[in-house]
Write a protein that binds this ligand. Structure first.
Ligand SMILES: NC(=O)c1ccc[n+]([C@@H]2O[C@H](COP(=O)([O-])OP(=O)(O)OC[C@H]3O[C@@H](n4cnc5c(N)ncnc54)[C@H](OP(=O)(O)O)[C@@H]3O)[C@@H](O)[C@H]2O)c1
Length: 335
């Protein structure tokens, strides 16, 4: 019997399709039906680049046409950050399941509206934190749960790279419109730290360095989980590449060396404990975009919940907005 496949459409000819489009093509339980763009010819150009030989995939020059496409069951939404919630709601209204790039929305009110609409329509919506599907994080959680580092007391996530001049348009919008490092890479740092505390922080403090548009170029701050449990985030578009987190417990620590895995990166986890143990484990390479698409497709096809809930998206959004407020007002924000 052939495997059931979720039928996908892509809503926008964005750069990130370089990773997601092949992931859909390579997943056994996914099938790409169409891609749409508002720019005439851009969807056909994307297919020529990333899906040569797949002439059955439709290239549409209208986003609404994709939402009305009768065969498309789920959409991948890789639009600009400020457009995510509007188009997620349109896709839900059209009865489509939605895998939306991070951040799902810029406000918790928008996430609440998405959650209500999705429930009414009976569709699945997930925020696309692809990194979480890499097996290296399950390995980290296994080490934590083994008790090897004791009780978690602090964590740190550092994300940075030198933004190439061609991508500087991401700094043209102020943070209020989804521009800058906080919405683009800070959301990963904060999301990854939350995995180790499994609760909302009690307070957030953040410092940001802005460019003239009002986008943050670099931000750094602390999530306060109470009783001296602090999680530090630090990210920038104007520093050498770094994408790691470290967790320190009462008896030792763990480090994930490359959280965003790019092609060619070797996943490495190292951990140590106060009794003198030192370990380093290299994991097999995995494509977290393919794992994300396979997971989402499987959950929808089986009618099961997705790994990243809308409550999780809401909590991340609330913390990001508190961090932005802290940086803007120069004070600690209590949640
Ligand atoms: N998960 C990850 O690893 C990852 C990595 C990078 C980005 N992202 C996220 O993915 C989303 C898209 O990021 P991106 O950098 O791929 O976006 P992008 O290339 O800037 O594209 C975003 C949207 O802008 C339009 N667009 C693209 N190129 C354009 C051009 N030359 N002129 C005018 N409009 C253009 C497209 O809509 P039309 O086709 O309809 O015109 C597209 O949907 C963001 O939310 C980002 O946070 C995720």
């Amino acid at each position: 019997m052939s495997q059931a496949k979720l039928k996908w459409g892509i809503l926008g000819a964005a750069r990130i399709n370089e990773r997601l489009l092949p992931a859909i093509l390579n997943s056994d339980n996914a099938e790409l039906i169409a891609i749409a763009s508002r720019r005439p010819g851009a969807s056909a150009e994307t297919l020529a680049k990333y899906a040569p030989g797949h002439s059955q995939i439709a290239a549409l020059d209208s986003l609404d046409a994709l939402l009305q496409h009768p065969e498309v069951e789920a959409v991948y939404l890789p639009m600009a950050n400020r457009e995510h919630s509007e188009w997620a709601l349109k896709a839900i209204a059209a009865g489509k399941h939605v895998l939306c790039e991070k951040p799902l929305a810029l406000s918790t009110a928008d996430i609440d509206a998405i959650a209500t609409a999705a429930q009414q329509k009976g569709v699945t919506v997930m925020e696309g934190f692809m990194y979480r599907f890499h097996p290296q994080h399950a390995k980290v959680m296994e080490i934590i749960q083994s008790g090897a580092i004791g009780e978690i007391r602090s964590a740190r996530a550092s994300f940075s790279f030198m933004m190439r001049p061609a991508r500087m348009y991401r700094l043209e919008e102020p943070v209020e419109n989804g521009g800058g490092a906080m919405w683009d890479i800070g959301c990963y740092a904060i999301h990854s730290l939350r995995l180790f505390f499994q609760e909302l922080p009690q307070a957030v403090t953040c410092l940001s360095h802005y460019v003239t548009s009002g986008a943050d170029l670099a931000s750094s701050g602390v999530l306060d989980f109470g009783e001296g449990r602090f999680a530090q985030f630090d990210f920038s578009f104007s520093r050498a590449r770094r994408c790691e987190y470290e967790i320190i417990g009462t008896q030792g620590g763990i480090k994930c060396h490359t959280v965003w895995q790019l092609p060619g990166d070797v996943p490495v986890i190292s951990w140590w404990s106060e009794d003198g143990q030192q370990h380093e484990q290299r994991l097999p390479a995995s494509n977290h975009f393919e794992l994300e698409v396979a997971h989402f497709s499987d959950a929808v096809l089986k009618g099961q919940p997705v790994a990243l809930s809308l409550n999780d998206a809401r909590d991340n959004c609330q913390i990001i907005n508190a961090a932005l407020q802290s940086a803007r007002e120069g004070k600690r924000i209590i949640l």
